[in-house]
Write a new protein. Structure first.
Length: 156
């Protein structure tokens, strides 16, 4: 019985990391990850973004709700970061109700290596099971979204 309890304990990851090599220059990838009309083409169904530190981010998925965010870093065309709350949450941003998403862009040949890191899952105000589930949902989400980003860039 003890072994079963230990094996079912939730392990909350600190971060999710994904990398993708994109056949487009950093300036093009930058535009696609920071401009609302492009974000709505690969990430969410609708987007609003005030692209400055402290600016508001609103991401809406049809049938899945809205997530609110705050821009943290804007360093074109190399670094962009925002903090976002779990879908449906409102209020002031705190480390216990949001995670940090960081995009790093590096030229590689004629393309761009895009690295996405989402961190802060252990600090969320939720049970370890919920934090682990949220991190896993986002891990799968980033896998899908980055694939959609590559497809979207190919269509431009």
């Amino acid at each position: 019985m003890v072994a079963r309890l230990l094996s079912s304990a939730a392990v909350v990851p600190e971060r999710i990391e994904r990398e993708v090599l994109i056949d487009a220059p950093p300036e093009t990838v930058w535009a696609v990850i920071t401009q609302a009309e492009h974000i709505a083409g690969w990430f969410s169904h609708a987007a609003e973004i005030d692209l400055r530190p402290g600016g508001k981010v609103t991401l809406t998925w049809d049938g899945h709700g809205t997530s609110h965010g705050r821009v943290e870093v804007v360093e074109p065309p190399h670094s962009f970061a925002f903090r976002w709350m779990r879908a449906g949450e409102l209020g002031e941003f705190r480390e216990d109700n949001s995670t940090l998403v960081e995009f790093s862009l590096h030229a590689e040949g004629d393309g761009t290596r895009l690295r996405v890191v989402e961190s802060g899952f252990p600090g969320l105000d939720a049970s370890d099971d919920d934090k682990t589930r949220y991190a896993e949902e986002n891990r799968e989400g980033w896998k899908l979204e980055l694939s959609q980003l590559v497809d979207y860039l190919r269509s431009l």
